[in-house]
Design a protein around this ligand. Structure first.
Ligand code: 13P
Length: 282
């Protein structure tokens, strides 16, 4: 069944676990994520990132997500990940996504508030929930066990607690992506997570917290995030890595077989994350 994240998050916050938000990029990955959740009897936040529009348009992704989500035996939220502009996010609401993210985290605070509020007002009037990001989860090098200084153009800005409280009050946002040390994509080494900041944010904010950049962040780090305050963990790169690793297992001459085996590897990776995040049954 297709739902918003509201009830999923109420339960996960109460029981201190996280739900995986895997990004799909085609029908194979979309179907595989839903099948995996059904096998385990857990909810899934089926995510499609606007940045992947060269593979699927947001309309195509919505059609796929609705098809698999509506017939699923477990709760499925269909989420637009990293909506980059207000118009696209409003369009996603009109199309039937049940959850949307407006990502204005690289903008000044006032711009982030204004865009998030505009999306919240629109989405809430249509029964859709909204995620925003404050601070900024970048991509590329971050502070890791091997690299003490983060050096990249798209660098992390850690989320400030007081600013986050104000942001939630001013926007009415339903969940908040926070920056506590992870980054999108792969790392050299393991990132250093600011757990003190996570605990402070969890104690201060009335809304569920989201962690972006789950891939390669270290199993111990992720398990702690899931059980110490994060309600949703976004993962994309690790599923593509699983598919690539799978494609090297044999000297494939059959593309169809290669894809089927890759789906199986993606499924195993997703099962691994559900276990690591202690995700409760739907
Ligand atoms: P990774 O690719 O690092 O897992 O990040 C995914 C993500 O945060 C999508 O929003």
């Amino acid at each position: 069944m297709l739902v918003t994240t509201k009830e999923m998050f109420e339960k996960s916050r109460k029981e201190n676990y996280a739900i995986v938000a895997p990004d799909f990029w085609d029908s194979n990955s979309c179907k595989t994520y839903v099948e995996t959740a059904e096998e385990l009897g857990v909810p899934v936040i089926l995510s499609f990132a606007q940045a992947h529009s060269e593979m699927l348009s947001i309309e195509e992704a919505c059609t796929l997500g609705k098809y698999y989500g509506e017939k699923a035996s477990v709760p499925v939220a269909l989420h637009l990940d990293h909506g980059l502009d207000v118009e696209t996010v409003k369009k996603a609401v009109d199309l039937g996504y049940t959850s949307v993210m407006i990502d204005a985290s690289a903008q000044p605070y006032e711009v982030n508030v204004a865009r998030t509020k505009e999306v919240c007002d629109y989405a809430h009037a249509h029964g859709v929930v909204v995620e925003a990001e404050l601070g900024h989860v970048g991509s590329g090098d971050v502070i890791t066990s091997e690299n003490k200084e983060a050096l990249t153009d798209d660098h992390n800005i850690y989320t400030e607690v007081e600013m986050a409280k104000r942001f939630v009050e001013e926007t009415g946002v339903d969940s908040l992506a926070v920056s506590i040390g992870t980054s999108h994509g792969l790392y050299k080494g393991t990132p250093v997570i600011d757990f003190d900041r996570l605990h402070e944010l969890r104690a201060a904010l009335p809304v569920p917290l989201v962690l972006h950049g789950g891939s390669g962040s270290g199993d111990e780090n992720l398990e702690r995030c899931a059980t110490e305050g994060i309600s949703k963990i976004n993962v994309f790169t690790d599923f593509t890595v699983a598919a690539i690793e799978s494609s090297k297992k044999e000297d494939y001459i059959n593309w169809y077989k290669l894809l089927l085996d890759a789906n199986e590897s993606i499924k195993n990776k997703l099962k691994f994350y559900y276990k690591l995040f202690h995700t409760g049954k739907a």
